[in-house]
Design a binder for this molecule. Structure first.
Ligand SMILES: NC(=O)c1ccc[n+]([C@@H]2O[C@H](COP(=O)([O-])OP(=O)(O)OC[C@H]3O[C@@H](n4cnc5c(N)ncnc54)[C@H](O)[C@@H]3O)[C@@H](O)[C@H]2O)c1
Length: 326
């Protein structure tokens, strides 16, 4: 059986492809970009998810589809691309998979469907109402609806995984990384806020610049440090493979991520010790980010057991930092 992995050039998709190949599967990738992966049991389709012909080529003979690819952007000018990739693209992949006789499709959704950063209650579980407040979160919720439609009408088994924020450990201390750069380093955060057009926030951040590269400890307007999940890609791979294989996953939606959220005060202290950079504390306007998402359902139902705690991730991040700065 061929397993189609979309987003095969991405952070999570490429790790899933490697894990499937390691257990002897025949895998096909599908992404806008080439993955650079080479293996006798691996082939790939390079193209866009909203291209019907490419979707048909990609899904041909695929017994299972792991739809992990998506466009992630929070910039207003990316809206058309966002909906084309994540909504229309998901519709086309589902329809092509249904025609190809795919038995199970696993869909990468996001905690932004709730959304986690403005929760009604904590911990956020799978019963939490859906009220996305970003266009990206909306595209994921619309993607889920398309998936539920196919489950309901019997075209295939489906599993929805609402992914936690996910990083390769090596990205955590990389100021150039898409997520961790602006999250943990002051100057990348300033550039990000300027690009988002948040001039007031950028001004607050710029005023805190000590004149050299520094980490940022973000707190809310009342001085509460941010807290959120940071899950290692390796644990996400474990959860995705359970969703692919486990009989009890069919028709279900699960939060997938680390068990404990990360308190940024402790994390930034540890990061500063590793890098030797100063940690600048900035109180940002608003309620800030402070959530805990439950992974209890996937632990109980499928036996998910995340292993890469933030302390273990930091060890790998420190090694990567030393390699980069040597
Ligand atoms: N990383 C996170 O923190 C996080 C959190 C929640 C959900 N997710 C979801 O997890 C999935 C994987 O995330 P990731 O971290 O590996 O992201 P990533 O950006 O590293 O990978 C996504 C891949 O999708 C491909 N892609 C984007 N638009 C495409 C299109 N129109 N056609 C074909 N390919 C396209 C990209 O080229 C990229 O290789 C995505 O669905 C994302 O929305 C990620």
């Amino acid at each position: 059986m061929t397993i189609l992995v979309t987003g095969s050039a991405g952070r999570i998709g490429s790790a899933v492809v490697k894990a499937l190949l390691a257990r002897g599967e025949t895998v096909r990738g599908f992404d806008l970009r080439e993955s650079g992966l080479a293996h006798p049991s691996y082939s790939e389709v390079v193209g866009a998810f909203d291209d019907r012909a490419k979707c048909e080529i990609a899904t041909a003979g695929a017994g299972a589809v792991l739809h992990l690819g998506a466009f992630m952007s929070w910039r207003a000018e990316d809206r058309d691309r966002l909906f084309a990739a994540n909504v229309e693209g998901t519709r086309r992949i589902l329809e092509a998979a249904a025609s190809a006789g795919t038995r199970r499709l696993v869909f990468a959704s996001s905690g932004e469907v709730y959304p986690e950063n403005v929760p009604d209650y904590l911990p956020v579980d799978e019963e939490h109402p859906f009220r996305p407040n970003s266009a990206y979160g909306l595209t994921k919720l619309l993607g889920e609806e398309l998936v539920r439609f196919h489950e309901r009408t019997g075209s295939m088994e489906t599993v929805i995984l609402r992914f936690s924020h996910t990083q390769d450990a090596e990205e955590l201390l990389d100021p150039d990384s898409f997520f961790s750069g602006p999250r943990f380093f002051l100057r990348p955060r300033i550039r990000q806020q300027e690009a988002f057009g948040n001039r007031a926030v950028a001004d607050v951040l710029r005023a805190a610049d000590p004149g050299r590269e520094a980490h940022i400890l973000a707190r809310n307007e009342n001085g509460r440090p941010f807290k959120m999940h940071v899950t290692d890609t390796r644990d996400m791979v474990q959860g995705i493979l359970l969703a692919l294989d486990h009989p009890d996953a069919a028709g279900q939606a699960f939060n997938l991520g680390a068990t404990e959220p990360v308190d940024f005060e402790a994390l930034l202290r540890d990061m500063g010790e590793i890098t030797g950079l100063p940690v600048v504390t900035v109180d940002l306007p608003g309620a800030g980010v402070w959530y805990h998402t439950s992974n209890q359902k996937i632990r109980a139902a499928l036996g998910f057991n995340p292993e890469w705690t933030i302390d273990r991730m930091l060890k790998d991040a420190a090694a990567a930092w030393r390699r980069r700065t040597a």
